[in-house]
Design a protein. Sequence first.
Length: 340
Amino acid sequence: MDSLTYPFTDLPAAGQRFKVADGVYWLRFPLPFALDHINLWLLEDGDGWTLVDTGLGVRQSQTIWQTLLAEQLDGKPLARVVVTHYHPDHLGMAGWLQQRSQAIVVTSRGEWELASHICASTDEQAITGFRTFLGSHGLAGDVLDQVAGKGNGFRRVVRPMPQDPQFIGAGDSLTINGQCWTVHIGRGHSPEHLCLYRDSDHLLISGDQVLPTISSNLMVRPSAPEADPVTAFVDSLTAIRDALPEDTLVLPAHGLPFRGMATRINALVAHHAQQLDVVLAECQRQSRCAHDILPVMFDRKLDVQQLMFAMGESIAHLNCLVEQGKVQREDLNGVWHFAA
Ligand SMILES: [Zn+2]
């Protein structure tokens, strides 16, 4: 198979469920930024429901959830909420749903630890952390103020954090409606991203780890400034590709359900290899900081939110080249520069 196929092109309306497989329903929530929407997956589970991902913690999600809980669950309780990873469009409504349904929240230890760590920081600590980190990678002046000056935005769209999660990880499985869903772990986009695979009919809930049309953001965070998420992302993606059959129906968190997973993963791997080549070529010409690299990696104008993500990608690819021994980094007047 050399191109992707999309078996469902009708979108579920906000507040309604749409069946995509036996016992599996698609919910689609709007997002107030460029990503536009997130897909959540509602799974029949005996006398109740298991939900995968929850929506951004904002009033609009709450309104849609009130409709769904009242009209779309056939009078059965939400028994379990699986959070694939810590990002607020996935985690944001988990605590609110838990308070209303007493659902058990399930996630991985790595995602929980990072979410808890981010939530614990004050606005001031978040600003200082990002200012210092992005400043050390060449962002300065007004732009740095705008990107780093928002404080702890995470806490404002995760309301509240859920309580007492159960942890699952690599090699575990969940029994949902009597059927086995195996856990596959993605890395790089987030620390320990849960993907769930139903062996009986080759269904993968992929979260943000495998997306059909956009590449998942790879972010280096101030708390782990020398991390190499590019290698982690590529290695975990290829492991998923090699473990699962090509006819797998992928249910992604953004975009349409699709088949052609190996083709898509190969394209994502090639994309990062190409970005590494471009960044390396730039560092061979002259010593560059992460901010200098942006125009060679991104051929479009970046708004403030995109600039934050773009700096993450730039630092990620530079860190990967350091890890591979292809560039060295040196401190020039408080800014990290990278030269081949
Ligand atoms: Zn994400």
